[in-house]
Design a binder for this molecule. Sequence first.
Ligand SMILES: Nc1ncnc2c1ncn2[C@@H]1O[C@H](COP(=O)(O)OP(=O)(O)OP(=O)(O)O)[C@@H](O)[C@H]1O
Length: 264
Amino acid sequence: MLQLKQIYKVFNEGSVDEKIALNKLSLSLDPGDFVTVIGSNGAGKSTLLNIVAGRIIPDDGDVLIRDKKMTDVKEFKRSRYIGRVFQDPMAGTAPTLTIEENLAIAYSRIHKRTLKSGVSSKRREFFKGHLESLGLGLENRLQAKVGLLSGGERQALSLLMATFTKPDILLLDEHTAALDPSRAELITNLTKKLVENGNLTTIMITHNMQQAVDLGNRLIMMDRGQIIFSSQGEEKKKLTVNSLLNEFSKIKGNGALSDRALLG
Ligand SMILES: Nc1ncnc2c1ncn2[C@@H]1O[C@H](COP(=O)(O)OP(=O)(O)OP(=O)(O)O)[C@@H](O)[C@H]1O
């Protein structure tokens, strides 16, 4: 579904601030793969997502989605293939528009010709059905302005908007990090459900090791622009936070490394 081939990205090349963000990174995801991404600050995790989304163009290497080269496909065009949820609950939705208007915009991303002024009753029922699946009662607040929702509700809506159009790739950029623990748990559970139901190919960055271990069928650890550890299938199911920390210490050759060193 997604292939990243030898992706190389350097910022401020040739200056004292030169930073190799991704160093010939390769990754291949099958349909339905759900990979959690961990790594220290500056490891290149966000750059990776930005390159998949088309926000950043790599200096070298290829991005392929469904075997189609994305090199010349601009970010706004890629949004047809890609759903994304950011850390900031304010980032994925329009506050001055209603819940159903926000959903209509997300829907129009893939069904261009169906964008009309107003929302038809059939479409409204469709939206309601999806909102019900969140279990937050938002299906009864279709006309509420999104700016009035709580951070957790807004992030749940962002998640729904990013997934209900069944994107080829779902990108989750620390999307639970800004929420309080109970809301974060709610969004984590919703993520699990929506990804499983839609069999969505997903990349999720997290600084929460437990979340990285619990979610998905694959896990990668990044450091200095490279994947330094990767686990999947049965092996991934057996991972624990401690075994991951041990793995990181072994690779970095420093037994004294702490959770904090890995998570930044
Ligand atoms: N637009 C940019 N200009 C210059 N340097 C950048 C830019 N974006 C990222 N970098 C640098 O590239 C490296 C990788 O950054 P990136 O944000 O991808 O890391 P990250 O793993 O997501 O880190 P964090 O966990 O702190 O968010 C860092 O050293 C960062 O300072």
